[in-house]
Design a protein around this ligand. Sequence first.
Ligand code: SF4
Length: 378
Amino acid sequence: MQYTIPDYYKEFTCIADKCEDTCCAGWKIVIDKKSLNKYKHVKGKFWFTMLKSVDWIRGIFRQDKEKRCAFLNDCNLCEMYANLGEKSLCKTCRLYPRHVEEFEDVREITLSISCPEVARILMEKKEPVRFLTYEKEGEEEYEEFDPFLYSMLVDARDAMLEILQDREHSLKIRVGLILGMAHDLQGRFNREQLFSCEEVIERYQTKSARKFVRKLWKEEKPSVQERWEMAHKMFRELYELELLREDWDMLLMESEELLYSHGADAYKGISSDFKRWAKEESNIQIQAEQLLVYFIFTYFCGAVYDGRIYAKVQMAVISTFHIYELWKARWIKNEGELTPEEIVELMYRYSREIEHSDKNLERMEKMMLRDRLPWYRG
Ligand code: SF4
């Protein structure tokens, strides 16, 4: 079995009570069957705490009025961990913030940016992220798995990551190239021409592809009005998603007002000023690259199960765009300031809403299938 992890994987340690927004509050934690069964057999004085802290019928941990897990004490530490040890934790608590994508004979493990500490590590990282692979004993065979498609997707993803991390070129060009590549691969996939995908992958790594994207963008450049409408429409799509935390809606409304309520020209002015500020006083270009790499690495190869190649890349681009817009809105609110802590905060809050709801991930992808991003209109 092959395992892949990002190079910052080992830098992560849970900071527990020092965490600004603990993962033990705000969402329901589903207990796996094995752990639930183990909890039924706990003995001694902890049994009563266990009995009243678990919703045995729904198989979840109970929460208080503030949606804090019943095991979370006033010092933000887990009572189960303290009394029964690390091994007592259920699968979700043991794994988080690790995220595992499963393919035949392959496990790709990432760290979810919904954890503030992971988000901080990633946002502080200046060098391009590398992915490390190692082997462990064990083999498996899936009944329905297309190894040919998977291997094409892995090659395409490697090429996309290489393009995204090539800092010789503007992020806009890099994004155009990966969207273009995914768009063409989707066409070949739909026409059942997988055998010719390698040619597409190679084509988008050439100088002439960069020239082509640059030219197309110049010719197809949207007007100020179109750009504002497009950005506003994409942002408003976030309201179509299932709401996980009450304060998320407030953040969206406030950001929408700050960004789009003064019309197209004002939006253009704000965007140019923010871009200038970001270039001179922050690492936002690198941080946006790290986000794109994170989303592409985590989700792209999942297309082996649903064939949504272009939607996965669009989702990575649009998620990065949404986070960028949230950063911009906070920068306006702060009158031209944005701290590293706020960059991290907005990013993990976005991830908690989108990535931790299967419903939201599915809805986002469906939106991508419905409203196809014209990849050449940057
Ligand atoms: S969100 Fe991350 S750092 Fe915070 S308590 Fe959970 S795992 Fe630890």
